[in-house]
Design a protein around this ligand. Structure first.
Ligand SMILES: *[C@@H]1O[C@H](CO)[C@@H](O)[C@H](O)[C@H]1NC(C)=O
Ligand SMILES: *[C@@H]1O[C@H](CO)[C@@H](O)[C@H](O)[C@H]1NC(C)=O
Ligand SMILES: *[C@@H]1O[C@H](CO)[C@@H](O)[C@H](O)[C@H]1NC(C)=O
Ligand SMILES: *[C@@H]1O[C@H](CO)[C@@H](O)[C@H](O)[C@H]1NC(C)=O
Ligand SMILES: *[C@@H]1O[C@H](CO)[C@@H](O)[C@H](O)[C@H]1NC(C)=O
Ligand SMILES: *[C@@H]1O[C@H](CO)[C@@H](O)[C@H](O)[C@H]1NC(C)=O
Ligand SMILES: *[C@@H]1O[C@H](CO)[C@@H](O)[C@H](O)[C@H]1NC(C)=O
Ligand SMILES: *[C@@H]1O[C@H](CO)[C@@H](O)[C@H](O)[C@H]1NC(C)=O
Length: 465
């Protein structure tokens, strides 16, 4: 006995110490702002069993933590577990942090989805004329809000809503997964987002938006599951995202016909880079079709599209008004595409018969360069509007390999004007080869959103389970 005690003692001490001290530090992450205060969803009654509703826990947490907005802000940590929840709102100077094995599961109980008024720049809901369901995670009139994690998951469980949409059983427009409205300084990063009821991320009437490191996955036949839709927003940076969608991977918008024209809020200064997109029935990056507040200065680079319907696609129609101008894309690799280039001037979906058919959109200054595409059916379908041609189209250094199903008319051009250089197969006569050689422009200045520096923030160890 007396001989063994000294040998056991250090072990006992070690066990005692390890139960008192953290065995590992907290987790760190990069964000636009770090927070002084931290709390766990569990502190507010959250239960991560996948069955208990956490809607009230989230609402209590946000109500409580909004009290720290003036004192360094707060972060709400969602630990590992399955957290069923309905819609809840965010607050300012706030971070929602999802642990690696944390999954938010969107409730399929409609009473957990409050209703919101229609968007003023749309004049009606996209699915139904009336109002709309609040998104799963919603915020309005906020400053400095972060939704991030160590690749935690938000699962919209959208099948319930897709089914109602297909059966035409919706009285209100489907919820989005995340919508941030009238806000400034927003970061959404390092998460996996699954099966949104409709669009995944909808920043609207907002500025300084950073979207980074997202994996976004929806079945390729799910309705309207767009990845990221900046809508009437300024200064947007979307990078390092992998998106598989039933609709456009990115869609840049700014309101619909007479409602969008009246609201008059453009989307400007957008950079999209290092994006991988899979979307057999839609575009890698769409501009429109709702563009009635105008779209200007969009820069896309290092884009990969696989088994996708088109690359950068412009969608508009008489009635939209406004403009799409100063669009730049370079460095795109595409495999198995229906169209490499697609512009549509007859995207005739209108909110109501009250639109003005004389409100013609101006499409001008569209620049594409350094594109390699293989297994392509049509090189280009470029359809402007009669009496309102799309002008200033520049396409250079493009190599397209055609598929066995290639169509005879490779460049189908109507009501457009511009030039090309070093493009195969050779373009239509409306886009003549330019001599001397041109290289289509890409801006060399930096957008303010590119200079946003991230801080290293941490989640205290006692919240990491
Ligand atoms: C927020 O929670 C903390 C810790 O439970 C509590 O001390 C504080 O009173 C709560 N504040 C509000 C506004 O509920
Ligand atoms: C969320 O915000 C909306 C819009 O401001 C508001 O109508 C709703 O009551 C808020 N919900 C909660 C739970 O605070
Ligand atoms: C949010 O901001 C918009 C635009 O500034 C304003 O019209 C609206 O009243 C604000 N809403 C709230 C709830 O403060
Ligand atoms: C995040 O999780 C998704 C889904 O499991 C995975 O495909 C992706 O590679 C992960 N991303 C990172 C950066 O670990
Ligand atoms: C939609 O509205 C109609 C008429 O107001 C009503 O009869 C129907 O029950 C509603 N459907 C749903 C799913 O709420
Ligand atoms: C978050 O994603 C970025 C890529 O956008 C990556 O560089 C970084 O390591 C990720 N951070 C974490 C904590 O996963
Ligand atoms: C080429 O595209 C066709 C569809 O147009 C597809 O069926 C086929 O698998 C693709 N081939 C390769 C090598 O990717
Ligand atoms: C060319 O494009 C026009 C307008 O988009 C379309 O109506 C027509 O069918 C196309 N022609 C061919 C041969 O693809």
């Amino acid at each position: 006995m007396t001989m063994t005690l000294p040998r056991v003692l250090p072990l006992l001490l070690l066990l005692l110490l390890s139960s008192l001290l953290p065995t590992r530090g907290g987790e760190s992450y990069a964000a636009i702002s770090c927070r002084k205060h931290s709390a766990s969803l569990v502190d507010f009654g959250g239960v991560g069993d996948g069955k208990t509703s956490n809607t009230e826990a989230f609402r209590r947490a946000v109500a409580n933590l909004s009290g720290y907005a003036g004192d360094g802000g707060a972060q709400l940590v969602v630990p590992a577990g399955k957290w069923l929840t309905g819609s809840f709102n965010l607050t300012s100077h706030f971070t929602l942090y999802l642990e690696k094995d944390a999954t938010l599961l969107a409730s399929q109980d409609e009473s957990e989805w409050p209703h919101l008024a229609i968007l003023p720049s749309y004049g009606r809901g996209r699915d139904a004329p009336g109002g709309r369901y609040s998104s799963l995670i919603f915020g309005t009139n906020l400053t400095d809000v972060v939704i991030t994690g160590n690749n935690g998951t938000i699962n919209g469980q959208g099948a319930y809503w897709w089914d109602k949409f297909k059966k035409d059983e919706l009285n209100l427009t489907r919820p989005y997964l995340i919508e941030i409205m009238f806000s400034d300084r927003v970061q959404i990063s390092n998460l996996t987002l699954l099966d949104s009821p409709s669009w995944f991320i909808h920043p609207v009437y907002s500025s300084n938006i950073l979207v980074q490191g997202l994996t976004i996955l929806a079945p390729i036949d799910s309705p309207n599951t767009d990845g990221v839709d900046p809508d009437s927003c300024t200064n947007v940076r979307i990078e390092d995202c992998y998106i598989v969608s039933g609709d456009d991977c990115i869609a840049i918008k700014s309101g619909w016909d007479e409602y969008g024209i009246k609201f008059g809020m453009p989307t400007r200064h957008v950079i999209i880079r290092r994006l991988t997109c899979i979307s057999p029935d839609s575009a890698t990056i769409a501009l429109g079709s709702e563009m009635s507040g105008g779209i200007q200065d969009v820069r896309a680079e290092d884009i990969m599209a696989i088994n996708t319907q088109s690359g950068v696609r412009i969608k508009t129609a008489p009635g939209r008004g406004a403009y799409v101008k100063d669009i730049f894309a370079k460095g795109m690799t595409m495999k198995t595409m229906k169209y490499v280039f697609w512009m549509t001037g007859a995207y005739n979906s209108h909110p109501d018969p009250g639109y003005d058919p004389k409100a013609l959109p101006v499409i001008q200054g569209i620049n594409y360069r350094d594109i390699m595409a293989s297994n392509v059916t049509y090189s280009a379908r470029l359809e402007g509007i009669k009496g309102d041609p799309f002008t200033g189209i520049c396409i250079s250094n493009v190599h397209i390999e055609l598929s066995e199903e290639r169509k005879k008319l490779q460049w189908n051009c109507t009501d457009i004007a511009g030039a090309t250089h070093n493009v195969t197969p050779v373009a239509c006569h409306l886009l003549p080869e330019k001599e001397p050689a041109i290289d289509c422009p890409f801006p060399t200045d930096r957008l303010p959103i590119e200079d946003v520096q991230l801080k290293t923030c941490s989640v205290p160890y006692n919240y990491v389970r």
